[in-house]
Design a protein around this ligand. Structure first.
Ligand code: ZN
Length: 149
């Protein structure tokens, strides 16, 4: 339980309880669905991209605290970002969980997504954290669905 307590940090709990950017946006230009069969997390991500920038973003769906807080943190960070920044964020987040990258090594925008780095110690939950990120990438690449299977 001590481990779980460490994992479910305050930020994660907060974003799970009151997820930011929850709900469909009014003028999405990109959309994708993400599903993590290991845990049952399922989300739809909506993005409005204009002039190379993510001007609006929202998500719908349900899943565990980690997946939901990750979606909330990611969308908060994405809003107002350029597509290049979004790509950097994706790569940074991937490195944070898959490699030994330190948050301070991150180029560009600093976001609260580093709150999720504790998930690294729980390999079975990494897919919960990365699901919406892969969904974001698929949406921007024009793919409609993504599964972490
Ligand atoms: Zn999950």
């Amino acid at each position: 339980m001590a481990d779980l307590k460490r994992l479910y940090q305050e930020i994660i709990l907060d974003h799970n309880k009151s997820p930011r950017n929850f709900g469909k946006i009014s003028h999405p230009t990109h959309k994708a669905e993400g599903y993590n069969p290991l845990c049952g997390d399922r989300y739809t991500l909506y993005l409005q991209v204009e002039g190379g920038k993510v001007v609006d973003v929202g998500f719908e769906g349900a899943g565990c605290a980690i997946s939901k807080s990750s979606a909330s943190l990611m969308t908060s960070c994405l809003k107002g970002s350029t597509l290049k920044e979004a790509e950097d964020m994706f790569n940074n987040f991937h490195r944070l969980l898959m490699e030994d990258a330190k948050p301070e090594d991150f180029p560009g925008k600093q976001c609260k997504i580093v709150a999720l780095q504790g998930v690294k110690e729980f390999p079975t939950r990494i897919k919960c954290a990365t699901l919406v990120w892969h969904t974001m990438k698929s949406a921007l690449e024009g793919k409609a669905e993504v599964s972490t299977e």
